[in-house]
Design a protein around this ligand. Structure first.
Ligand SMILES: Cc1cc2nc3c(=O)[nH]c(=O)nc-3n(C[C@H](O)[C@H](O)[C@H](O)COP(=O)(O)OP(=O)(O)OC[C@H]3O[C@@H](n4cnc5c(N)ncnc54)[C@H](O)[C@@H]3O)c2cc1C
Length: 388
């Protein structure tokens, strides 16, 4: 019998296997993946404050910058580390490290905390089974039903003929035309001749017009007087930005990953929770379901702590602001201190941050915001922060 079975060889499942192997090398781990290979072609980024023990993750970080930039009607450099993981290099590292633990082409259809059943009706047992599957269609159905927004993006990674001279990431360049919601360019300079440029939109619709967006990216590059030598890669994605709680009713299952609701409600980023969960579970010396569940329960509580506030912001963004003025919410937000911005992204905001962000000169119509704020499910939050 295995010590640990992890179902799903994606970001959360492999990260946990990686950390378990580091901290508990005696454990016998098996990772089961439905597909025949890794689902690559993603860039996973995170802010410095998201991860407490960055040294645990050094090996898988592809790029690190000491500061980053945002551009609205003003330009600002924010003194905060920013990191990026390329899925290609992540999967290569995982393949080397976990080779004897990986099994591809195993479709798991039933999971209990100590056993799994595959599509071929094979039962596998372990001291602990962790569900790290994702199934976009099922999990995001409820969020969509409740009227979520979407963060959608198309990115081109390309080589420039000459050094591009962009030294730090531009997380939001919102000086571009505002259409299809809040729209900005996200720029990561990987080295002096390589850039990732992503056209990103906080939109009410999830459809992507690839041609139109690629043209916009080329236009942006041209405006920066950059000449393309080669397009190295394209990437695209649609992440739901919830206005209702993203946790599915999982009962007492040891479930991790984005499907378990472990992601930042405003950005859709999940690495902050991947790192926290993996670091904590890797400390457990005696693998049994109760020990694992205790940690999952604790982290779920932490994840939900500020959830209502983030969902409220999303509601205001998608239901109280007209889409062409949506950028004003972020334009105002990036005027706050580096610390508030840091706490916002790492899901560690406090009451003062709540007040600062919600109250003050509102960037959206007061009447529309109040209508959203006064809805019954926001009453508790209003009690906490005081009505504006
Ligand atoms: C293009 C893109 C860019 C993103 N960028 C960022 C970013 O910058 N920062 C960030 O933090 N987040 C980012 N995200 C969001 C999030 O981090 C990713 O979606 C992340 O991959 C979620 O990790 P996960 O382990 O939950 O799911 P996945 O990485 O999708 O892994 C789940 C795995 O489970 C497998 N599986 C599913 N069903 C079964 C089954 N029945 N049996 C066995 N295996 C199964 C799947 O095949 C998959 O390999 C991005 C998402 C996308 C789409």
């Amino acid at each position: 019998m295995k010590d640990i079975i992890i179902v799903g060889a994606g970001l959360s499942g492999l990260s946990l296997a990686f950390r378990l192997q580091q901290e508990q090398p005696h454990l016998n781990i098996q990772v089961l993946e439905k597909n025949l290979s890794f689902a690559s072609n993603k860039t996973w980024s995170f802010h410095g404050g998201d991860v407490e023990n960055i040294k645990n993750w050094k090996e898988i970080i592809s790029h690190h910058w000491k500061t980053y930039n945002v551009r609205f009607s003003y330009e600002r450099e924010i003194n905060q580390d920013y990191y990026s993981i390329s899925s290609d290099s992540f999967f290569k590292i995982m393949k080397n490290k976990l080779v004897s633990s990986l099994s591809f082409g195993v479709d798991v259809i039933e999971i209990n905390n100590q056993s799994v059943r595959t599509k071929e009706n094979i039962i596998l047992n372990a001291k602990v089974v962790i569900d790290a599957r994702s199934n976009d269609q099922i999990s995001f159905k409820d969020l969509k039903k409740n009227g979520c927004g979407f963060q959608k993006f198309v990115g081109l990674e390309f080589k420039t003929k000459f050094p591009h001279k962009i030294s730090v990431p531009i997380l939001m360049d919102a000086t571009v035309e505002q259409k299809d919601g809040f729209r900005f360019m996200y720029v990561l300079p990987y080295n002096e001749n390589t850039l990732l440029v992503e056209d990103t939109r906080y939109s009410n619709t999830e459809d992507i017009n690839l041609k139109e967006i690629e043209l916009e990216i080329f236009k942006y590059i041209q405006n920066k007087n950059l000449q393309i030598e080669a397009i190295l890669r394209t990437e695209q994605g649609v992440l739901p930005i919830p206005i209702s709680t993203p946790f599915l009713s999982q009962g007492e299952k040891i479930k991790i990953g984005a499907d378990a609701g472990f992601f930042h409600p405003v950005t859709g980023y999940s690495f902050l929770w991947v790192a926290r969960i993996s670091d904590e579970l890797a400390k457990i010396k005696n693998p049994n379901p109760e020990n694992y569940l205790n940690i999952i329960r604790k982290l779920k509580k932490e994840c939900k702590q500020n959830e209502r506030f983030y969902l409220l912001l999303n509601k205001m963004m998608f239901h109280a602001s007209d889409s062409t003025n949506r950028y004003k919410i972020f334009e105002r937000f990036y005027k706050f201190s580096d610390h508030t911005i840091d706490r916002f992204y790492s899901s560690k905001i406090n009451m003062f941050d709540y007040l600062k962000i919600l109250i003050g000169r509102p960037p959206i119509s007061v009447f529309a915001a109040l209508k959203v704020l006064r809805k019954k499910d926001n009453n508790l939050l209003l009690k906490e922060v005081g009505e504006p």
